[in-house]
Ligand binder design. Structure first.
Ligand code: SAM
Length: 329
């Protein structure tokens, strides 16, 4: 098992399939993009599947989420998902995506066994989308979400980051849209993970503010708080349910004590936290001929060193040098 020194067990593996993205969301990366990892440094599909297999078969991983960068840009995605859902014990397999290209890929992904998708959407306004993501792709995203829903990848979960004076007036319309479409919306507090280091606490729209805005239009009641377990979202029944909305207060309501996540970057580094400053290399030993047993031992040792919390509120907090797109959000 992947147990840390505080007794937490990592069962939820987030795997970045690429650091590249076809959007430039301001809270993530600059308009000109970033220096992408050279192809030779990216794990191949076989290497990804090998490490995921070690995680599932030897280390107790029960959930695998593919992310990035933008995972739909990875050509072998459907094959990687199919090989993951064929593992035993069968892990839950999901995808976090910006939705561009999902209209074409939703069905093959569903057929390959994918269980769920999270699609990121921050606005319902095409011009705001262009301003925020520096690309005119609003229609593709909405189309992709509908295709996922139609392909049976339900409920489609929607991730939204609100930014002050950009889209923070859209909390209520975004929830209405998701309720109408049968999607489950989750607001995520903006975290200091952008490559430009432009995050500021004052501009972050907090979980409290989000809940205040929603409460002006909807009746929210806390849902299964006792069952929240390691889930990052606090969930609320909307107008008595069954529809729900989630709020992920990563900064103001951290949930590190119950964290069950471990990450694998696109270049084969184990990371215990989005905010970790250390990584443990699995790619080099794997390419040097390490056995599955040796890789499992390295991975176990890496997780044992997981820190108690992300430490954003510590005076000594340093933003990690890798931005979100390179870590795998
Ligand atoms: N490209 C995919 C997508 O758009 O969903 C997957 C990667 S993206 C990094 C994963 C999630 O992280 C998205 O929902 C995005 O909104 C969120 N995200 C990126 N930067 C963030 C930040 N600084 N704070 C909070 N969430 C962020």
């Amino acid at each position: 098992m992947l147990r840390d020194s505080f007794g937490r067990v990592a069962t939820d593996l987030r795997v970045s399939l690429t650091d590249k993205c076809n959007l430039r969301c301001t809270y993530c990366m600059p308009p000109e993009g970033l220096d992408w990892l050279p192809n030779a440094q990216l794990l191949t599909a076989d290497e990804i599947v090998r490490l995921v297999t070690i995680g599932v078969e030897r280390l107790g991983v029960t959930e695998v989420r593919y992310t990035g960068g933008e995972p739909l840009l990875r050509r072998e995605l459907v094959e990687i998902v199919a090989r993951t859902t064929a593992l035993r014990p069968r892990p839950q397999v999901s995808l976090t995506t910006n939705g561009i290209g999902l209209s074409r890929l939703a069905r093959p992904l569903a057929e390959s066994g994918l269980d769920r998708v999270n699609v990121s959407l921050d606005t319902l306004d095409r011009d705001t989308f262009k301003r925020l993501a520096h690309r005119d792709r609003f229609a593709d995203v909405v189309e992709g979400m509908a295709a996922a829903h139609d392909a049976g990848l339900r409920p489609v979960k929607v991730n939204t980051v609100l930014m002050r004076d950009v889209n923070d007036h859209e909390a209520v319309p975004l929830l209405r849209f998701c309720l109408d479409q049968g999607y489950e919306l989750r607001f995520i507090e903006q975290m200091p993970l952008d490559a430009q280091h432009g995050w500021s606490r004052e501009n972050m729209v907090t979980a409290d503010e989000i809940l205040d805005r929603l409460s002006a239009a909807f009746d929210l009641t806390p849902d299964d708080l006792e069952e929240r377990g390691s889930a990052p979202a606090e969930r609320f029944l909307v107008d008595g349910g069954p529809a729900r909305v989630g709020v992920i207060g990563s900064v103001t309501r951290p949930f590190c004590g119950a964290c069950d996540r471990v990450r694998l970057t696109a270049d084969g580094q184990v990371r215990n936290c989005l905010f970790a400053t250390e990584e443990s290399d699995l790619k080099t030993p794997m390419r040097d001929g390490a056995t599955d047993e040796e890789l499992a031992a390295r991975w176990t040792a890496a997780v044992a060193r997981k820190r108690a919390g992300h430490g954003i509120d510590d005076p000594s907090f340093l933003q990690p040098s890798r931005p979100m797109s390179a870590i795998g959000g």
